[in-house]
Ligand binder design. Sequence first.
Ligand code: FES
Ligand code: FES
Length: 534
Amino acid sequence: MREELQCRSVKDGCSPQGQCGCCTVWVDGAPRVSCVTPVRRVAGRSVTTVEGLSDELRARWAVAFADHGASQCGFCTPGILLRLAALEAGDRPVSRAAIESSLRAHLCRCTGWQSIVEAAAAVLGLAGSPAPLTTGRDPLLASWRAQIEGPMFQSSGPDVVLGGGGFADDTSPGDALVELGAPTGARGDVGTPPAPDMRAAKEGSGRVQGRNSTVPLAHPVALPPGEWALTLQTTWVEPAYVEPDASWCLPGRPPASPLANGGAFGGKRHSPVPARARALADETGVAVRVLWSREDVVRRGPKRPPLSLGLRPDGTGILRIGRTPGPADLRVLEDRVRRVAPGVEIESADIVGPPVGDDLRGAGWAEVLAALHVLHSPASTPGTGTAEVSLPGAGRARVTLALAGPGDRGTVSVEVWAGEVLDPVTLRSYVLGAVHQALGLVWSEGIAIDDRGVPVDLTIRSFGILAARDMPEVSVRIHPEDRWPVNGSDAVFVATMAAAWIAEGRPPRWPTRRTGGRAPVSDVPASAGREEPA
Ligand code: FES
Ligand code: FES
């Protein structure tokens, strides 16, 4: 689809793993994950992408997604749209549960699912589905708010919903040479020229369908010795941005940015792919595409560093940050921690493992700040937690989490103050995404690393990312303020971590709900469209 037909609304987030859903198309009207559907299975059948939907249907779904803030970077969205639009044509009754079940075949890292469910409920006419906060949004104000929250340029109108986010690999010339994967040494050590096209690049890459392990999560940074009132140990966490690192370049020209329509939570800030594309283009004298497979991203991309923390009753303590060989400059991370927790000493601990990221979303400082709030919060009813966080130079958030009992999805209520609102749909969407990611960090996310420090869970579905049906119902109240707009979702991120940790009873290790090596979220169901392994 992407190579021979140049149909780039069909995204590749994980092929050949068949686990992210970004490549979903219709085959004879039924959603299918195209990266694991052999061409021979569709011979004589009809394949439909978003371009092939009727104008009316395409516009209705795209506008609903945009109006509800159900798309941020937009990389996952065309596949999700096709999956959900198929519900409309099906003969089964449509319900919220059916929508959430359909979403099991997909991964969205930005939106936290709820706005997607709401957009689908609105299009499908579910009783009680919420109306969008506003319609006819000003795209400039929406982008401004996204830039404050991201923090990176982002547009999120109907064109982005339909796959037009301008992602680096989508804009590459069709005749560019292709390098697929991450070379293991300096450019001069590699010696393998780029392939003439994607087919040849894939044949030469030796990639296999992804696999999960049963290796348990490790907490590799030992607690500092001391009499602590509160302790925390965390593990490696995969940022799991859905668009893999990609770039392309013409000789002598600047390379395409791998950050076309979103910030990847800081995970691509030091991505080597643009420099690699530039070097190869200059060397070969023609356009070159460089892209990483999902497996490359997992093996090479930065992880949230594992840490350990001990806090005394007065809020002083020691933070140990896991350090692995790599380009990360942990002094940046340490400076950020000092700004929010001046009474906490910082040590680094050399550990064996994949590269860690110094500027992944809130890495280090968010955990410490959440822990300080938990330390100072009064005892609460089991299953409930409340935290209020105010960030210097940014916004304020109050988050309350309530679980009725074991297995209950619970509810989260969020209040947020972020200066002038600019665009409530965008701010709400980022708040929902922050709640999702924070709950994942406390409850379920982590990546298994073997004794040699190598990631062994290489599939995108093995990182413990919460599915739509695992998420609590989140209510968001935005308090407009008469001041310059500031970031609000980071305060929500920290407050949600703290509230969730309190509700869990403050256990000393995150993730709190992960037992053994398996993520709590389900594998792709058979109905997701895995007709036959490639
Ligand atoms: S690219 Fe096909 S499921 Fe991820
Ligand atoms: S909007 Fe879903 S991954 Fe970005």
